[in-house]
Design a binder for this molecule. Sequence first.
Ligand SMILES: [Zn+2]
Length: 329
Amino acid sequence: MSPSRRDFLATSAAAALGAALGRTPRFLGAQTAQQVVFTPLRRNVGTFTMRGGTVGWLVNPRGVAVVDTQFPAEARALLAGLQQRSGNRGVDVLLNTHHHGDHTGGNGVFRGVARRVVAHGMADQHMRRAPQPATQAQAPAQQPPAQPAAQPSATQPPPPEPLYPTETFMHSWSAQVGDERIVARHYGRGHTSGDAVITFERANVVHLGDLGFHRRHPVVDRAAGASMRNWSRLLGEVVNGHSADTIYIFGHAGDGLPVTGGPAEVLGFRDYLSGVLAFVERQVAAGRTREEVLAMRAPLAGFETWGPFGQAGARDPLTVAYEEVTTGA
Ligand SMILES: [Zn+2]
């Protein structure tokens, strides 16, 4: 987390808890609460971070939109902050970038609040198959262990019923929300088979969901249709379809790194993905066995800041790259 992002602590349940304990949320340990951070980016669009995949939001004078919901406790802090910023207006549209639990687990908090819930058709199918794995919970690399934002207590409501999409799309979807135009696009298989890239056109801000990992090894959900090769390809297509000063929101970032970046950061991640595939191709061509390849732990040459491989089991990029290279799919 960058120091600048600490400047936007929300008035929220976590902040109230911090105040009650006589300290601000930033000093609360992982055992009690994570920081609630609302960060304005550009033209009424910003990010919310607490625990789980980065949330995007839009609050303008005539509309409210939110992209992803983290987990229930986090979604309550998110909703409280959105209501504070919008004068208690409802949410015109809730979009999900994909189905994973660290992006959709708080959807139920928006029941009766969000007028529309939108996701890719495959994300909708994956979402309805419970339980959903959380990217972060199974990808501890460079992140502290995920902890509940607050311990269950008598004052905390039970987990809400899941809230599923009310409308889906296969290629693209768009809507006007106040004076902003939001477009969701699907570029084919990537982190899953149901990823959406969400563009706030006038703000020129793009939420990549988990198609964007900022300098950390991604989880690659091959069981849900992921493709590292197409993922690498589509990131170039996304950058080509936007502009040099587009701000990209990443689903996750390496420890201490920002959850936003520009085209260079997106293309750096594209090069990492193609680099892992090329590395595995060389190992296979050199006759290395599956066990030998998957036992490799050294960081990829040129991408040392990503750190060693091997931390996400069957969803580790090295494991998935081996399967893609050797099966051709
Ligand atoms: Zn994910």
